[in-house]
Design a protein around this ligand. Structure first.
Ligand SMILES: C[S@@+](CC[C@H](N)C(=O)[O-])C[C@H]1O[C@@H](n2cnc3c(N)ncnc32)[C@H](O)[C@@H]1O
Length: 326
């Protein structure tokens, strides 16, 4: 491919993403799930939209592979009927909405470069609803990654896991279900409590699951843990905060305890992989000090906090695991 064609292809990619996200935002997928086949005219009437726009969007969704069209009727493409089912779509929709909100900040990247400050939403409205959306979109991602995590983490012989920034607690619940002797404490912001407890109630291990609300950088973490999980946490914070967090985790753990970090890891020069470098841009736009880090950096922080036997291994999917012992 000509270099210029590659460049154009990269630029055009956003259009496909926006079509998909706009369809999800507008409730189009629920309408298609409920009605099996629809025409552009019916859809326009249902939503009170212009038929021209509706048909343009539906046709683009066909070209993207999400829908098929026979004569003038559209339906969800056979390969996507599982994903676009009412049950599956409820959490996926939260994640798509989260990405929609991110997209609306990404376009301010030039401004972020100038100010060096994250892009804030103009008014502090919908704070609770946005936090709920963030946590539920985490739940969607955790659900997707559960099987990989369960295959990759060994907590045999551990009795108490601290899941720092455990969000909705799906990982903690699944690990407690896998290890019948394991108690798990999710430490997250107080605003996350209600959603985590909702997921805990659905778990057969609910009697061994606890939620502790607070700021893990400043509030007491508790004591006596022999395992700690930090999944998608270090990228939110600066090297200084991460050193502090790892030192506090070390203090909270029993000797011999195992710390497990799951995150994007960059190569030593921080020029790849692409997914990790783009994630760093996401942290630039959305956090005060967040970034994506290399194994060397995280290993240095772990060693500084007193952890030993530091190792890393790739996980299926996009992230890596780092393990170390107190
Ligand atoms: C990116 S999510 C990761 C959730 C989950 N561990 C996972 O891997 O999907 C980060 C989580 O950390 C929590 N968090 C971030 N900073 C925190 C802090 N200072 N104290 C407590 N929780 C925090 C957020 O509320 C959120 O649930």
């Amino acid at each position: 491919m000509r270099k210029k064609d590659r460049l154009l292809e990269d630029v055009y990619r956003y259009r496909k993403a926006v079509v998909l996200l706009a369809a999800a935002e507008s409730g189009l997928f629920e309408y298609l799930i409920e009605n099996a086949t629809v025409t552009g005219k019916e859809t326009a009437r249902h939503f009170g939209w212009e038929q021209r726009g509706v048909e343009i969007l539906l046709n683009a969704l066909c070209a993207s592979g999400y829908l098929t069209k026979k004569q003038d009727r559209y339906r969800i493409a056979p390969g996507f009927t599982n994903i676009f089912s009412l049950q599956e779509f409820s959490l996926l929709k939260e994640w798509l909405h989260h990405e929609w909100r991110l997209l609306n900040r990404w376009i301010y990247l030039p401004e972020v470069l100038q100010t060096g400050k994250p892009r804030r939403e103009p008014q502090k409205k919908n704070v609770q609803r946005n936090h709920r959306n963030f946590i539920l979109s985490m739940a969607h991602r955790e659900k997707e990654n559960l099987a990989i995590l369960l295959r990759s983490i060994d907590l045999q012989g551990c009795s108490h896991l601290l899941d720092l920034g455990g969000g909705p607690g799906l990982f903690a619940a699944a690990l407690a279900e896998k290890y019948p002797e394991l108690k798990a404490t999710v430490f997250d912001t107080p605003g996350t409590r209600a959603l985590a407890l909702r997921f805990f109630r659905q778990s057969p291990a609910k009697s061994r699951l606890k939620f502790k609300g607070g700021n893990f950088l400043t509030d007491p973490l508790g004591k006596g843990y022999d395992a700690a999980l930090l999944s998608s946490i270090l990228h939110i914070y600066s090297p200084r905060d991460n050193r502090e967090l790892l030192a506090r985790t070390h203090q909270a753990m029993n000797p011999g305890g195992k710390i497990i970090i799951r995150d994007f890891l960059l190569n030593p020069q921080k020029t790849g992989p692409l997914i990790g470098t783009l994630f760093a841009v996401n942290m630039l736009i959305n956090t005060e000090q967040g970034n994506a880090y290399s194994f060397k950096e995280i290993k240095g922080w772990l060693a500084g906090a007193g952890f030993k036997n530091i190792s890393r291994r790739p996980l299926e999917g996009r992230m890596l695991l780092i393990e170390a012992l107190k």
